[in-house]
Design a protein around this ligand. Structure first.
Ligand code: AMP
Length: 448
């Protein structure tokens, strides 16, 4: 189905065609007509499903941008709120790309950078404002921006906003918006707090649930390597140096852990940068840019990078440590296997992480294939399996063993870095979609 069949004007259809999109994704097919019709929307869709275009295209059309219309400066007509600066910057870029022929005026308000250019932008007319909650509140307190003219509000990555403790800020911001407006809430899950938020702030929303049918993890081959925790860095260097030196996003649990590992990999001759919440915005932008441009091979990141980042050419993700919250595993591995490509997600799992692995496998509904890398077998007494309590029908996978039982894939000394169909056991279960049971994620606080 072409984009124009969804009701989009030719200028927008031309812009998406220029991006090489031939057909709308499922979230786009469902959301665009609803948004064009003026409905509020509650949509469960992960990043990677095309959700940015799903809200940006109809939003631009509804604004009926008329560049000659005199509007007061610093009074946006559409507001997009996102949890992280990187995501906000990406969305602002997308607004410019999709709005190429309509030329919307876009402003980006995020923390960690100086106020000057933001104040300049707010002294002019603003059609679409993309912001993170904290910096937007700063501007509001200084009265440099007014939300009184907002016609459309987009809350992106709603569940992440709540995880990061933005609920009070969101409530304050919503109180400053006109009551008559269109509100679009996107979230990877429909967990209870999201439903509460929707109940409070959305009017008779259309509900779209794309996540179960469109999980990025579906195209991602997953592999667990059991290893002693003190040998993880050596194993990672070994894996990164073997075969092709493709770009790899590595996740750690803490900021210090990310810095430490990044230094270690540099010492091993692997070009690396770290990305986390303690870095200045310019360092974060530079690291991401270097990674996207291939100037560094490895980006070591905390979960701040797990959602929202769109790095199309990312063949591999490594969980150096498993995440605090099982749902973050799905978001992390969703950084690869995007835009129709396949990807590989490796998890280095030490014995103290067995319970996290179990939680992840429970969330996925199946066990993950596991193999020991030769030379990195966990020491004796550290081979206890992490039974997955799999959903009925899922086959069980042995984990944390030094060698394979008869008939299973042997431990590999040259781990596979290319994503190709899994030949070992676990193939059928790997293709199952992750489910998103409504559960409250732990607050990750300041660690990331
Ligand atoms: P998003 O979920 O918005 O982060 O989008 C994920 C990726 O999909 C981005 O690289 C988009 O450029 C790409 N994309 C969005 N819509 C389409 C489409 N209809 N066809 C092909 N790629 C798309």
């Amino acid at each position: 189905m072409p984009f124009v069949a969804l009701g989009l004007v030719a200028d927008l259809a031309r812009a998406v065609a220029a991006q090489g999109y031939t057909a709308p994704t499922p979230i786009q097919s469902q959301a665009i007509p609803m948004i064009l019709a003026g409905r509020d929307l509650l949509a469960a869709a992960q990043t990677g499903t095309g959700k940015t275009a799903a809200f940006t295209l109809p939003l631009l059309q509804r604004l009926q941008l008329d560049q000659n219309r005199a509007l007061p400066p610093g009074r946006p007509r559409a507001l997009v709120l996102t949890p992280t600066r990187e995501l906000a910057a990406q969305i602002a870029d997308s607004v410019r790309v999709y709005g190429h022929h309509l030329a919307p005026r876009t402003a980006l308000l995020v923390g960690g950078v100086s106020m000057g250019p933001q104040l300049d932008a707010l002294r002019r007319r603003v059609d679409v404002l993309v912001a993170t909650p904290g910096r937007l509140l700063d501007h509001l307190s200084q009265k440099t921006v007014s939300l009184a003219g907002v016609e459309i509000l987009v809350l992106d990555e709603g569940d992440r906003m709540l995880d990061l403790g933005f609920l009070p800020a969101i409530r304050r911001l919503l109180a400053l918006l006109p009551k008559r407006r269109q509100t679009l809430l996107f979230s990877a899950t429909f967990a209870e707090p999201i439903r509460e938020l929707a109940g409070d702030f959305l009017r008779d929303p259309a509900v779209i649930d794309i996540a179960p049918r469109n999980a990025a993890a579906d195209r991602v081959e997953q592999q667990v390597h059991p290893v002693d925790s003190e040998r993880k860095a050596a194993l990672l260097s070994h894996l990164l140096s073997a075969g092709e030196r493709d770009a790899t996003l590595v996740f750690t649990r803490t900021k210090h852990g990310a810095d430490r590992l990044s230094r270690q990999l540099e010492r091993d001759g692997i070009r690396t940068a770290a990305l986390h919440g303690n870095k200045s915005q310019s360092a974060r932008t530079r690291a991401l840019d270097d990674f996207k441009q291939g100037r560094i091979q490895v980006l070591v990141a905390t979960d701040i990078a797990a959602r929202g980042l769109d790095i199309v050419q990312l063949p591999r993700v490594v969980n150096y440590e498993l995440p605090h919250v099982p749902e973050d595993y799905v978001h992390r591995i969703g950084r690869t296997g995007r835009a129709g490509r396949t990807g590989l997600a490796i998890s280095l799992v030490s014995v103290d992480e067995n319970s996290r692995l179990r939680d992840i496998q429970r969330l996925l509904g199946h066990p993950l294939p596991s193999s020991v890398v030769e030379g990195f077998a966990p020491s004796d007494g550290r081979r206890s399996p992490a039974p997955a309590t799999p959903a009925s029908g899922a086959r069980r996978h042995p984990t944390h063993r030094a060698g394979p039982p008869p008939g299973e894939r042997p431990a590999s000394s040259s781990p596979r870095w290319s994503a190709r169909p899994e030949t070992g056991s676990g193939d059928s279960s790997r293709r199952r979609h992750p489910s998103y049971p409504p559960r409250r994620a732990a607050t990750t606080g300041d660690r990331i």
